[in-house]
Design a protein around this ligand. Structure first.
Ligand code: CA
Length: 510
C-alpha cells in the first residue's frame, strides 16, 4: 500500500505544474497591470538600451506604485526596435540580456507578489525567422506553416487594415497581414498549432504568469472582407480554446489577455470564453472623452452594458481589462492636450473600475507622446536629468516634457500625478468590490458626475467622480449609501445624505 502511495507521489511529483512551487501571489493585490517597453525602461549596462536587469532593478518602484503585475512587451530576439516580428520564440533578445537575467527577474518579481506576463506574437513571424527562410522551399515541411497564394488568389486583396495582404517573393506570394516583414503563420497546419501550444507551455514552465496575445483576432481575420464573417470568429475562438487547453495542463491560473481591436463590447465578448480577458478599446475612448468633456456622457450605460455582456460569457463580473492608452496610441496626456486635471480624472475613473486595469509605463508621470509609434515608446523618465543613472537613450525625446515629468521630481511630492496614481491603486487593495464587483449604473441627473455602483459578496460601494472644475452637490436621497469611505480631496463632505464633491475629485461611499 505504502509502495503504491509512494509511486503515486512520484508520478504526481513529476507531473505537478512548475507553478505549484511558486510562492502564492498577493490575494488582496490591486489587480492593476503595468505595461513595460523594456527598451525604454531602465538600462543597467550603460549601452543606453533598457534591459531585463533594468526591469528587476525597478521592481521596488513598481511595488511602491502598488501594481499586481507587469506585462513585458516582446522580449524575444527580433530585427526591429519594437520586437513585434520575432526570429526565435524560445530566446531572449540579446540587447535585453539573457535567460538567466529573465529567470532572476521572475524570481524577484514573484518575491514581491508581482506577476509577469509576456507578449506572445504568434499571428506572424519575422520574415527572417528560420521557419520562413526554410519555407521558401516548397519541398520543406515549413512551407505549409505560412500562407501562399494559389493560381486563383486575388493578389490585390486588402488586409484587415486595408493595405496589400499578399507580398511577392520570387514568383510566389505570401500572406503578410501587417507588413511584408511579418509573414502570417497558417493555423490550419496542425504542426503550427502544436508548436505554439508547446511554446506557451515552455514559458509557463519557465515561470511566467500568462500572456498578452498580440493581434489575437488576426489568426484567421486576414482580409478586410472577413471582418464580420462568423466563420472567421469561430475559427479564432477554436484556436484560442485549443491554446488555452494546452496552457491549462501546465498552469490553469495563467492569465491570458488578448489584443482584439474592436469598437463594441458585443464584438469583444466572445473572446472571454477562451481567454481571461481582452482589452477594452471602446471604453478607453469613452473614458478619455468623458475626462476631456467634463461630462460622463454615455459612460455609465457603456459600463453597465459591458458588464452584462461579458458576464454572460465569462460567468462572473470584474473580468474586464480597461486601459487609457497603450503603445499603439497617442499617450493619454497628449490626447488630453496636457490638461493635468483631465488626466487625473481619466486615471481616477480607470482605477475605480472592476477587473484588471492596465497602466502604460510613464502614464503615471504624465509623459506625453504622439504618433509616429516610436514617439509613444520613449525612455521612461526616472531623473530630472535625462542623462541620470539608468535612463535609456536609444531615442531622443519628442514631446518636450520638462524635468517635472520624472520619478525623481514626483515621488516625494504629495500633489504629484505619481502620488495620485499610487493613492488610487491603494484604494483597490482596500475595497474588494473595486476589483471584482458587478457594475451598475447609478441613476442621477448631474452631467458632470460619473457614478457607478459596485457589488460583490463582501461590499457594496458607490463610486463618484466630479469631472468638472466646480464643486458639485449630489443628493443621495434614500439610497443605502450613507458613509464616506474614501475621497481624493480633503473638503469632500457627506451631510444629511448630500454629498459635496470638490472640483476634479472622487469619492467612494459605503
Ligand atoms: Ca542596456
Amino acid at each position: 500500500m505504502i509502495r503504491y502511495l509512494l509511486l503515486a507521489l512520484l508520478i504526481l511529483g513529476t507531473t505537478l505544474p512548475a507553478a505549484a512551487a511558486r510562492p502564492s501571489l498577493d490575494p488582496a493585490g490591486s489587480g492593476v497591470w503595468y505595461e513595460i517597453f523594456v527598451r525604454s525602461w531602465a538600462d543597467t549596462d550603460g549601452d543606453g538600451i533598457g534591459d531585463l536587469n533594468g526591469v528587476t532593478a525597478k521592481l521596488d518602484y513598481l511595488q511602491s506604485l502598488g501594481v499586481s503585475g507587469i506585462w513585458l512587451m516582446p522580449i524575444n530576439p527580433s530585427p526591429s526596435y519594437h520586437g513585434y516580428d520575432v526570429t526565435d520564440y524560445y530566446g531572449i533578445n540579446p540587447q535585453y540580456g539573457t535567460m538567466v537575467d529573465f529567470e532572476r527577474l521572475l524570481r524577484e518579481a514573484h518575491r514581491r507578489h508581482i506577476k509577469v506576463i509576456i507578449d506572445l506574437v504568434i499571428n506572424h513571424t519575422s520574415d527572417r525567422h528560420p521557419w520562413f527562410i526554410a519555407a521558401r522551399d516548397p519541398a520543406d515541411p515549413h512551407h505549409d506553416w505560412y500562407g501562399w497564394a494559389g493560381p486563383h488568389t486575388d493578389l490585390h486583396a486588402e488586409d484587415a487594415a486595408g493595405a496589400q495582404a499578399w507580398h511577392a517573393l520570387g514568383k510566389a506570394h505570401y500572406l503578410g497581414d501587417f507588413s511584408a516583414n511579418m509573414p502570417d503563420l497558417d493555423y490550419d497546419t496542425p504542426a503550427v498549432r502544436r508548436e505554439m501550444v508547446k511554446l506557451g507551455r515552455y514559458w509557463l514552465k519557465k515561470g511566467v504568469d500568462g500572456f498578452r496575445l498580440d493581434a489575437a483576432q488576426h489568426i484567421y481575420y486576414d482580409f478586410k472582407a472577413d471582418m464580420d464573417n462568423p466563420l472567421t470568429l469561430q475559427k479564432n475562438l477554436a484556436w484560442w480554446s485549443e491554446f488555452r487547453r494546452g496552457l491549462d495542463a501546465v498552469n490553469p491560473a495563467a492569465y491570458v489577455v488578448g489584443e482584439v481591436t474592436r469598437d463594441s463590447a458585443d464584438a469583444l465578448a466572445p473572446y472571454f470564453k477562451p481567454l481571461n480577458a481582452v482589452f477594452d478599446f471602446p471604453l478607453a475612448v469613452q473614458l478619455i472623452d468623458s475626462a476631456r468633456d467634463e461630462r460622463a456622457g454615455e459612460l455609465g450605460a457603456l459600463l453597465a452594458r459591458t458588464d452584462t455582456v461579458y458576464r454572460k460569457v465569462a460567468g462572473k463580473s470584474g473580468v474586464d481589462a480597461p486601459f487609457l492608452s497603450n503603445h499603439d496610441q497617442d499617450r493619454v496626456m497628449s490626447q488630453l492636450d496636457g490638461n493635468a486635471q483631465h488626466m487625473r480624472m481619466a486615471a481616477a475613473m480607470l482605477l475605480t473600475l472592476p477587473g484588471h486595469p492596465f497602466v502604460y509605463y510613464g502614464e503615471e508621470l504624465g509623459m506625453r507622446g504622439r504618433k509616429p509609434d516610436p514617439d509613444l515608446r520613449e525612455p521612461m523618465r526616472w531623473h530630472r536629468d535625462p542623462q541620470g543613472t539608468g535612463e535609456t537613450h536609444w531615442k531622443a525625446f519628442s514631446a518636450g516634457d520638462g524635468p517635472a515629468v520624472s520619478v525623481e521630481a514626483q515621488r516625494h511630492d504629495d500633489d504629484s500625478l505619481l502620488h495620485y496614481y499610487t493613492t488610487l491603486i491603494g484604494w483597490r487593495r482596500q475595497v474588494a468590490a473595486l476589483r471584482d464587483g458587478a457594475i451598475r449604473e447609478y441613476p442621477q441627473t448631474n452631467p458632470h458626475i460619473a457614478a457607478w455602483q459596485l457589488d460583490d459578496d463582501a461590499s457594496h460601494v458607490l463610486v463618484l467622480h466630479n469631472l468638472s472644475g466646480q464643486t458639485q452637490q449630489v443628493p443621495l436621497g434614500t439610497s443605502r449609501f450613507r458613509t464616506l469611505r474614501l475621497h481624493s480631496k480633503p473638503d469632500t463632505t457627506l451631510q444629511r445624505q448630500r454629498l459635496s464633491l470638490p472640483p476634479y475629485s472622487s469619492a467612494i461611499l459605503d
